[in-house]
Write a protein that binds this ligand. Structure first.
Ligand code: F6P
Length: 328
């Protein structure tokens, strides 16, 4: 029979994402509702390894639903990749009386959870939190919607100055291995071209598209580039390449960088975080373990770590076609 869950630990790990605080709040409040003790670990796996934790009650999470970042802080722990590190973490969980863990983070966090759950008898549940939206087993990750809105807001501002000066802007957005942010913000902000890691359309096509847009009378343009795009050139090299080949363009580059990870979470991300984390607590109390929660077709679901981590979250390439049509 599964061990009774009396204490649940929670942590945030990997790149922070807006809505992580709403997620922590939902875990702490759901624990209070179900009379379960809640313990927050600082800096993800690193806090588990170092025994850096605090007891959380319903009031510990007051007024954080609207705050960006994570009150538990985040880290990418190298030590947790070693068996010795994981042993220390397991020992500290035992010392703190933790019966189960909720891990809020991206695929790196889930991989850590998958290994840990195979080595130790501590049930874990993953909650997808990353701006990249690159996790199978959910249509949306916590933080993605807010990041998209941040990007759109920034691109709209850049469009103002691009238009005033008749310039071409290359705007780099985050997404090391995934083009979700680039593709959706590119369509939403009316970009001329969108470069994503999933589809290398080639440099010739870029030049052709820019020539076409000049001919059609456009005086300014926006090209959105995912940081992981596969053209073989970084955003500055792309700008140089276009300047060399199309000298009638006045080219500038903006790298949006970490501003995309900050800010108050959108209503969508707060609601998503709340739904997923209440479910995570309830699943643990029902004896479930070693799964991730996600939102699929607007239903909260659970998927085993093994399945979630071996699957891929496909980008909607139809959006590239839409973008093509609309940038005419
Ligand atoms: O959290 C995901 C992400 O923001 C990626 O889009 C980006 O490539 C990476 O994290 C940046 O990581 P760091 O904060 O370590 O620079």
């Amino acid at each position: 029979m599964a061990k009774e869950i009396r204490t649940i630990g929670v942590m945030t790990s990997g790149g922070d994402a807006p809505g992580m605080n709403a997620a922590i709040r939902a875990v702490a409040r759901a624990c209070a509702y179900y009379n379960v003790k809640c313990i927050g670990f600082y800096r993800g796996y690193q806090g588990m390894i170092e025994g850096d934790y605090c007891v959380m009650n319903a009031r510990s999470v007051r007024n954080i639903i609207s705050r960006g970042g994570t009150i538990l802080k985040s880290a990418r722990s190298k030590d947790f990749r070693t068996p010795e590190g994981r042993k220390k973490a397991a020992d500290h969980l035992t010392e703190a009386g933790v019966d189960a863990m909720i891990l809020i983070g991206g695929d790196g966090t889930f991989k850590g959870g998958q290994i840990f759950s195979k080595e130790y008898e501590i049930p874990v549940i993953g909650v997808p939190g990353t701006i990249d939206n690159d996790i199978a087993g959910t249509n949306y990750t916590i933080g993605y919607d807010t990041a998209l809105n941040t990007v759109i807001d920034a691109i709209d501002k850049i469009r103002d100055t691009a238009s005033s000066h008749d310039r071409l802007f290359f705007i780099e957005v985050m997404g090391r291995d995934a083009g979700f942010i680039a593709l959706n913000s590119g369509v939403g902000a009316g970009a001329e071209e969108i470069l994503i890691p999933e589809e290398n359309l080639g440099l010739d096509r870029l030049l052709e598209s820019l020539k076409r847009s000049k001919r059609s009378g456009k005086s300014s343009s926006i090209v959105v580039v995912s940081e992981g795009d596969k053209t073989g050139k970084n955003v500055y090299q792309l700008a140089d390449y276009v300047t060399e080949n199309l000298p009638n363009y006045d080219v500038r580059v903006t790298v949006l960088g970490h501003m995309q990870r900050g800010g108050s979470p959108s209503c969508f991300d707060r609601t998503l975080a709340s739904r997923l984390c209440v479910k995570a607590v309830e699943l643990l109390l029902d004896g479930e373990k070693n799964v991730m929660v996600g939102l699929i077709n607007n239903k909260v679901t659970s998927t085993s770590f093994d399945k979630g981590l071996s699957g891929t979250h496909e980008i909607n390439k139809e959006l590239l076609r839409i973008s093509d049509i609309l940038s005419t």
